[in-house]
Each structure stands twice: as C-alpha cells, then as structure tokens.
Write a protein that binds this ligand. Structure first.
Ligand code: GDP
Ligand code: MG
Ligand code: K
Length: 302
C-alpha cells in the first residue's frame, strides 16, 4: 500500500508482442472496459489504442502498439517508425509473449527493435493458465538471456492471475508526474495519433529545413459525416511557434497547405478505409513545447 503522502506517479506504457499473445485482453482486463478490439484474427488492432488506468496514487496510460511486424507496404513502414519512436518515449515497455509458444521469428524481430533502447522492458508471459509450471520455466529460460529485462512476470490476462502484481511492479517504474487525463477518460480515438503523425510528416517533407521538427499537429475532431456515412471528417490544427512559420506552412495563396492536405488525406483514407474530408488549420502558439500537458496531447514527443 502506498502512503497518502507519496508523490503522484504517472506514465506511458507500451504493450508490444506478436499478434494474438493477448495484448488487447490484458488491456481490457486492466481498464475493465472493452476498449481494444479482441479477436482471433491477427492484427485486428491495427493502430494505437490508449487505455487509461487512474488510481489514487498513479495514472497509467497504456498503448496497444500496432502489431509490430516486418512492414509489407509504405504505410506499414510508417507505422513501424511511429512504433519505434513510441518505444523510445514511453516509460515502460511490456513485451508480451504467449506461454504456449516457443520463441519465434516475430519475437526475435521485436527483440531486435528493442536492442539499445533505454526504456525498461518487462517480459510478460501470458496465458499461464494453458501451461504446466515446468513449461513456464522452459519459456523463461529461453528468453531471459536474450535481453536485459527489468522484470519477468507470468500472467493470465484472461483469468486475471498475477495481473495485480504486474500493476504494482509497473507503478514502481513510473516517474513522478501529474494526472494527464481526467479520471473518467479511459480511451482516446485509436487512430488519432497516427493521423497527426501523417499530417506532420507531410508538412515536414514539403517545407524541408524551413520548418523545425518542433511543430505539432492536434486532431480537433474525427467524426463520421452526418449526411454521407461513407465519409469521415477530420479537423486538425498544425501548431507552429512563430508567425513566420505560419506563413511558410500556408504557402503562397494557401498552395502548400493544400498540398499537405491532399497528400495526408490519401494516407488517412488508406488508414481508415474510408473517404475522408480533411480540414486543416494553422495556429501560432508560443512555447507550446514547455507545456507538459499539451505535449502529451500532441503525442508526447520531445
Ligand atoms: P492480441 O492480438 O495480442 O491483442 O491478442 P488478443 O487479446 O486479441 O487475444 C488473442 C486470443 O488469445 C483471444 O482468443 C483471447 O481470448 C486469448 N487469450 C488472451 N489472453 C489469454 C490468457 O491469459 N489465457 C488464455 N487461455 N487465452 C488468452
Ligand atoms: Mg490486439
Ligand atoms: K487481436
């Protein structure tokens, strides 16, 4: 039990692992609500899903990172890049494996991605309800020298075994921090972060060195069109720090912003599998980088 006068802790936790190891099941159990899509089909969780667990002394923001796998197309490559960046920026990584399965190519690929990462990594061995304790020991043996894991925690996400213990350990690794989200907020729009990254990428690409990486894209709205249900409306604001940058991002007679919109829309349509109407705004906000809470909203980059 934490004492009442202990500092509040909060942080971001990324869950990675091969498809079907139980990432969504775990998230659902922890958050206690169906927020991530579960299924037996691989890669149902195509995108980032955030689940927020708010407790008296801590807040944990879980990220169900897109099934990290070797990319087959350009958008996949982009998503892998997003995932790799995410892994650097979170406070703890949960690498989840299935106790029933031997270490495989997919696991090795993830371990390669993790190599050199400074973030603490827990090896979470899920589905222990399916194996004999001896088998569990064999699994632990096969992983423990592959990476300097901070913790090795066997659980059953489905039945709940040892999940509380995992949460207690997680809390130990969280930094002191504020409550980023209101207590009643359990999930964010899963695609929100990737959409903002897609737009940001187009701006950086089309403006080259003139615009520093310090810009941010905030998604104001993602909504199905009321009249046309095959259309999704996305409204986003590109945040810059100076008036001069605003001019550059908009371009002559709005030409550059228009091109950003066209290119980003195509990618977002691919991501969402729907027609998209994209509305872009540019706003100058000085020092947004110093505002922690804002930072987190923008996708917690440095
Ligand atoms: P994800 O792809 O990693 O998100 O995996 P899911 O959460 O969608 O789970 C894939 C399948 O594994 C589902 O059928 C789950 O019910 C099952 N599953 C998840 N956790 C456990 C567990 O602890 N024990 C057992 N027996 N099955 C589990
Ligand atoms: Mg999933
Ligand atoms: K799944």
């Amino acid at each position: 039990m934490q004492q009442a006068n202990n500092p509040y802790k909060s942080g971001f936790i990324s869950i990675i692992g091969r498809p079907n190891v139980g990432k969504s099941t775990f998230l659902n159990r922890v958050i206690g609500q169906k927020i991530a899509i579960m299924s037996d089909k691989p890669q149902t969780t195509r995108n980032k899903v955030q689940g927020v667990l708010t407790q008296d002394d801590s807040q944990m923001i879980f990220i169900d990172t897109p099934g990290i796998h070797k990319p087959k197309h350009k958008l996949g490559e982009f998503m892998l890049k997003v995932s790799k960046n995410t892994l650097r920026e979170v406070d703890v990584i949960l690498f989840m494996v299935n106790a029933e399965q031997k270490i495989g190519k997919g696991d090795e690929f993830i371990l390669e991605l993790l190599a050199g990462n400074q973030t603490p990594v827990f090896l979470v061995i899920n589905k222990i309800d399916q194996v004999h304790p001896d088998e569990l020991i064999t699994i632990i043996e096969s992983y423990k020298d592959k990476y300097p894991f901070s913790e090795i925690v066997p659980i059953s996400a489905l039945q709940g075994n040892n999940v509380e213990n995992l949460l207690t350990k997680l809390e130990e690794y969280l930094p002191e921090g504020p409550q980023y989200y209101p207590a009643d907020q359990v999930t964010d729009h899963p695609e929100r972060f990737i959409i903002s990254e897609l737009i940001r990428e187009k701006v950086l690409h089309l403006t080259r060195e003139e615009i520093p990486h310090s810009i941010a894209v905030v998604i104001d709205k993602i909504k199905r069109d009321e009249e046309n249900e095959n259309m999704i409306r996305v409204q986003a604001t590109i945040m810059v720090e100076r008036d001069s940058q605003k001019g550059i991002v908009i371009g002559k007679r709005g030409a550059l912003l228009k091109e950003v919109g066209t290119l980003a829309r195509k990618d977002i349509e691919m991501l969402l599998g729907s027609k998209v109407y994209l509305e872009l705004w540019v706003k100058v906000q000085k020092d947004w980088r110093n505002k922690q809470t804002h930072l987190r909203d923008f996708g917690f980059r440095e």
